[in-house]
Design a binder for this molecule. Sequence first.
Ligand SMILES: [Mn+2]
Length: 422
Amino acid sequence: MAREIPLASDELKKRRRYLSKNYLETGDMLIVYAGTEQRLRNGLDNVYPFRQDSNYYYLTGVKESEGLLLIVKGPKGDAREILFVQEKDPDKEKWAGYRLGKEEASRISGIEEVYYLSQSDGLTAALLNQSQRAWIPYPYQWSISSKSSPVMANVQVLRDNFPHLRISNALDIFKLMRTKKSPVEIKFLKEAVKMTKTALHKTWRKIKPGMTEYQIRALVEYEFRRQGGDIAFNSIVAAGENAVVLHYVECDKIVQEGEMILFDVGAEYGLYSADISRTIPVSGKFTPEQLKYYKMVLDCNKKVIDAAKPGKKLGELNDIVIETLKDALQKDKLIEKPEDVSRYYYHGVSHYLGLDTHDLGLNRQQPLSVNAVITVEPGLYIKEKKLGIRIEDDIVIKRNQALNLSKSIAKEPEEIMTIMKK
Ligand SMILES: [Mn+2]
């Protein structure tokens, strides 16, 4: 990741200070783990790819497996920040890679009190004994069967060993903070979107009938990596009727002349995710029927971007799509009753975007705030016509109007046809 600019420790300090000042009370302690520990595949020595926990990264800027962040709010309103990281170990580093060590982790995060993990149990227990409340992020939705997850195991350890503690879900804090993006975060998102644009436009020029979906996906992902980016989520390249499956990932079909291909892909840059959908004709030309439905979706996409302002709710934005499609599809005679629109459009139009593709954020009935970043992704899925269309942009909510980060990724039919001709 040669191109990645590290987060400035000033910004990280500001985030931690804001969090402890606004959300922690005296006697509170925040606990954030670096992520799920490196997990072995089938008990052998091959591990699953590690992804830093977004909240840990958001507060520390540290990219390394294991590790633990504690913030303890003291009696005078002061906040003690402690970071534990993996011990330097020249032998292990020869096999599994470089470890930051205390000095480097301190320099990146701006946290002065950094220790090795071997010291974490004793100090953490002592601090928990003095605290009244522990804030720890854990999934909102979990069932009995997900109790085996490492995060829930940690929550259970807290409950069993420190029964005096009140345990609160720190996601309630992170969702408020992470909803509003800073200029640095928007810069990262812009870069991720730019990489995605290059990947899509370059790939479209190479598409020919007879290729497979996975070959086309490989071209997109090659471009992400060539530019120093990563793959933010399982890329969707779905031709013909595969495009009506929202999270289609098999990608094993041969694409045919006359079909459309739906791309829902995103590069990740500095752990920030782009999320872009475009739908293009395999042969480089739309049929009149494809164009008719494509324009309905494009109309929805533009109406929602125009309407996206501070104070609007995601639920209201989705209503715009439903109303627009109800009218259009009734005129088209594809549906008789307005409520039948749900046969052809069956997801929400927006979600928050950031360190996670489906980012933490406020719920659908809470108003949008300035500097929130959301997707706008209306779709139309007509299985009987073997046609699925989605057009998705990534936008920043500004004071008066939305800033469309993906404005320059072609979505007008003429623009798409021009790119594909080259
Ligand atoms: Mn999306």
